[in-house]
Design a binder for this molecule. Structure first.
Ligand code: HEM
Length: 413
């Protein structure tokens, strides 16, 4: 048999990783990519960064950025950036510093803690109705309810509008995937969603300017930080970022969390015996199956990485979910171990929330939501039976999550 062509092996590995067929378990593809080397060249004019250390290096170095205002193109490989309202998640300093600085004033630990009773009430209600049903859809009936209620309350967005913006959120999530993988309808859907979202927030912001309330939109609309104010477009884009970031990721993470524990009853039982492990379990679940699988950067200056020189403007994709399974950093990485982050010596960082200047602004809120959902489930249900042997995933690649999952909860005896 002829020896395999190395170039073909690389291509097959990259295509496998982006293939919908591997959505239910992309982790073997990430291992295969890592085994090819620390950097994998792709047909999309971008290198994949496969190892945990190199992913950390890129994320924590602001000389790797987005390059939008510096005129370095493309902002994301294969994506027409102008069509996606990204706000500061796709900016570099000093623009990023300014906008993140203004918004982060509202994301204080105290402000997040104030949301605790709402998160608890919503989780209690969702788990109670899940228990009452013979079976339910984990995604729609449980995973989605907490994040959407919380982010709507925080921003001051009417929850009744959820069905409208749910469609836009989905279209934008698909729109994050590389353009060559999208069909015409999806490209158009992204533009329609972006325009609809901006218009929606234009009206809401005008309303809040006229009648400010206790919510974040009112706060941001009236902010005056030593004369620095947000423009209308900045404010609209921030609202989209927060609604999208606070919703889509957390819904999928809640789904991934329940699925993983449903498949690992030993770990579930351990948590029941040792609820003090819940915070470390949440970290382990974020490591094990995070919702954000890739992110990207371009070199804002010439950089050297993993033995290769990158010129200004060259792009990389950071395999966040693959880095979280790097065996050189996390021993036995494919095993779910809820004690992994509970040892006396701090475990290495997982990258589910990113790192560096773009580290997730909502990480504390997301942890609060995940811990409360888990605590509530453990309190009321003694087992989760996953009824779909092969769960269905959404088609999105960058943000990966379940389409639906039929589950039966068995109440505590
Ligand atoms: C940024 C993941 C929940 C708001 C990020 C990034 C990741 C991430 C990986 C960095 C992206 C990059 O560096 O390119 C997650 C996960 C979540 C979650 C896994 C849930 C489990 C939330 C929530 C909010 C939020 C609840 C808001 C309420 C943001 C914002 C940024 C961000 C505003 C941009 C930060 C910046 O650019 O400075 N998130 N996120 N996220 N996230 Fe989250």
């Amino acid at each position: 048999m002829p020896a395999p062509d190395p170039a073909q092996t690389v291509l097959d590995t990259v295509l496998d990783m982006f293939s919908l067929e591997n959505r239910n378990d992309p982790y073997p593809c990430y291992h295969a990519a890592r085994e090819l080397g620390p950097l994998v060249a792709t047909p999309f004019d971008v290198h994949l960064v496969t190892g945990h250390d190199d992913c950390m290096t890129v994320l924590s170095d602001p000389r790797w950025g987005h390059g939008y205002s510096a005129g370095i193109s493309p902002i994301r490989p294969g994506v027409v950036a102008e069509n996606i309202p990204g706000s500061f998640i796709r900016m570099d300093p000093p623009d990023h510093t300014r906008l993140r600085g203004l918004v982060s004033k509202a994301f204080t630990p105290r402000a997040m803690e104030r949301l605790r009773p709402l998160v608890e009430r919503t989780a209690e209600r969702a788990v109670a109705s899940a228990l009452a049903a013979a079976e339910f859809d984990l995604v729609a009936d449980l995973a989605a309810t907490v994040p959407i209620t919380v982010i709507c309350e925080l921003l001051g967005v009417p929850i009744e509008d959820h069905p409208r913006f749910d469609t836009w959120v989905r279209a934008l999530a698909r729109g994050l995937d590389p353009d060559p993988l999208l069909v015409e309808d999806e490209l158009r859907g992204r533009e329609i969603a972006a325009a609809a979202f901006s218009e929606y927030f234009r009206e809401l912001v005008a309303e809040r300017r006229a009648r400010p309330g206790p919510d974040l939109i009112s706060q941001l609309a009236t902010i005056d930080d030593a004369g620095d104010r947000l423009t209308e477009t900045e404010l609209q884009d921030i609202c989209v970022l927060l609604l999208f970031g606070g919703y889509e990721t957390t819904v999928h993470m809640t789904g991934n969390m329940v699925l993983a524990l449903g498949r690992h009853p030993d770990q579930l039982n351990l948590l029941r015996e040792r609820p003090d492990l819940i915070p470390s379990a949440v970290d382990e679940l974020l490591r094990f199956d995070p919702p954000v699988h890739f992110t990207n950067r371009v070199a804002l200056q010439d950089r050297h990485l993993a033995g290769r020189d990158f010129g200004r403007g060259e792009a990389v994709v950071i395999l966040v979910a693959g880095a979280n399974r790097d065996p050189r950093v996390f021993p036995d990485p494919d095993r779910l171990d809820v004690t992994r982050f509970a040892g006396p010596t701090p475990a290495p960082r997982h990258l589910a929330f990113g790192l560096g200047i773009h580290f997730c602004l909502g990480a504390q809120l997301a942890r609060l939501e995940l811990e409360i959902v888990l605590t509530t489930l453990l309190r009321h249900a003694h087992a989760f039976a996953v009824l779909d042997p092969e769960p269905t995933y959404r088609e999105t690649l960058t943000i990966r999550g379940l389409q639906s999952l039929r589950v039966r909860l068995e109440g505590s005896r």
